[in-house]
Design a protein around this ligand. Structure first.
Ligand SMILES: Nc1ncnc2c1ncn2[C@@H]1O[C@H](COP(=O)(O)OP(=O)(O)OP(=O)(O)O)[C@@H](O)[C@H]1O
Ligand SMILES: [Mg+2]
Length: 369
């Protein structure tokens, strides 16, 4: 490069740099304005930089005033035309931005969004992200609605189920108060039984609400499944005897499971009590446990005569108890037991399922070992 060329390069770079700096300052000032103005500014700075470079170096190029005028005119015309085109082209950008805004509004309204196909890569990426968010929002809203619905049903059922024993208790208390009760001893026993039943129900409700709120405080520790099962069977034996049902356990002593002791015994207890309640006299309930690969499997098999195949999927639902009529007899529950079982098992990252088996049904709980 000759000395002249170095001079011209430096002068041109200096002038273009000056225009660039001014452009950057203006860009910063209008950063909140429409994207169109930024696009126009980019075109102006590009053309303006060239014009400034040419005009600034005119003296070093030894241009005559006439030639300089022509160059300036050409630059000015091209500058105006390119800036105009830039503004025009920027309209696609503003349109894309408007489409994005509409999409975001659709997501907010919980409606289905369709990603645009003809926008630029970045806009499409944002649009796809919006589409995914909208799908997530829709599924979580559906889940929320379902939960809300089951919560409402639960409250309705529980109030119904509590009203009957409360009315009974009130009637018995009044009879005792009036001295009208012919057999006060029997009334007292009955009142104790009813309060126990209601206390158990309130306890179940509390457990369920803790499961739903994700507020379970599980203390996982390794334990022998056999101990949990034999304790539960011992506790259930009086009820089994009064039903004429035999309860047996078959768990090897080396089957170890990592679980919360109270939660696991509640799971086994609920399953065993259900099995006893639904097995006719002289029937058998069998609790088995084994290790299978990386899981521990606990099964409770009874002689209930089988569950209607259409109902197999419903038994774990809150409040489901087989019949639509909610008239509590002495032996009917609130339909909370299996929902609690499922909640506790899932809190242990396990699964629970039911199938019909032989002349009864079989509940299978799988817990990670
Ligand atoms: N072992 C079983 N054999 C046959 N049917 C069963 C068995 N266990 C549960 N079911 C059916 O599933 C329903 C729901 O059981 P779940 O334990 O959730 O409620 P529940 O026993 O009726 O009341 P709760 O357990 O709250 O006292 C029962 O009402 C019954 O119809
Ligand atoms: Mg039950």
């Amino acid at each position: 490069m000759t000395g002249d060329q170095v001079t011209v390069t430096l002068i041109a770079a200096g002038w273009s740099l000056a225009v660039g700096v001014v452009g950057a300052l203006v860009g910063w000032r209008i950063r909140r304005a429409s994207i169109r103005w930024s696009a126009g500014l980019i075109a102006l700075v590009a053309v303006g930089g060239v014009v400034a470079g040419v005009v600034g170096t005119a003296r070093a190029m030894f241009l005559s005033p006439h030639d300089l005028g022509v160059v300036a005119l050409v630059c000015a015309v091209s500058g105006v035309v390119s800036a105009g085109f830039a503004l025009l082209l920027a309209r696609t950008l503003t349109r894309s931005a408007r489409r994005l805004r509409l999409m975001a509004a659709t997501v907010g309204a919980g409606d289905h969004v369709r990603p645009p196909r003809n926008d630029s890569a970045e806009i499409r990426a944002v649009a796809e992200e919006l589409t995914r968010s909208s799908e997530r929002l829709r599924t979580s809203q559906a889940r929320e609605r379902q939960l809300e619905q089951s919560r409402r049903e639960l409250v309705a059922w529980v109030s119904h189920d509590l009203r009957t024993p409360l009315a009974g208790l009130r009637a018995m208390a009044e009879a005792l108060d009036d001295g009208m009760a012919t057999d006060p001893q029997r009334y007292h026993r009955q009142m104790l039984k009813e309060t126990d039943r209601m206390a158990a129900m309130v306890d179940d409700l509390f457990e369920l609400s803790r499961i739903h709120a994700g507020a379970l405080n599980l203390t996982l520790q390794p334990m022998a499944l056999r101990d949990v099962v034999s304790e539960t069977i011992a506790g259930a034996t009086p009820v089994a005897r009064s039903h004429g049902v035999e309860v047996g356990g078959r768990v090897l002593p080396d089957v170890e499971v990592t679980a919360d002791a109270a939660a696991l015994s509640r799971v086994v207890g609920n399953l065993v009590m259900n099995a006893i309640r639904h097995t006719p006299a002289d029937g058998v309930v069998l609790v088995e446990g084994r290790t299978t690969g990386d899981a521990v499997e606990l099964t409770v098999t009874d002689g209930c005569g089988g569950i209607n195949p259409d109902d197999l999927a419903s038994v774990f639902e809150v409040g489901w108890r087989g019949t639509p009529a909610r008239t509590p007899g002495p032996d009917t529950g609130a339909g909370l037991g299996l929902a609690i079982v499922r909640g506790l098992v899932e809190a242990h990252q396990g699964t629970v399922a039911v199938t019909n088996h032989g002349n009864g049904c079989r509940f299978v709980v799988r817990l990670p070992a």
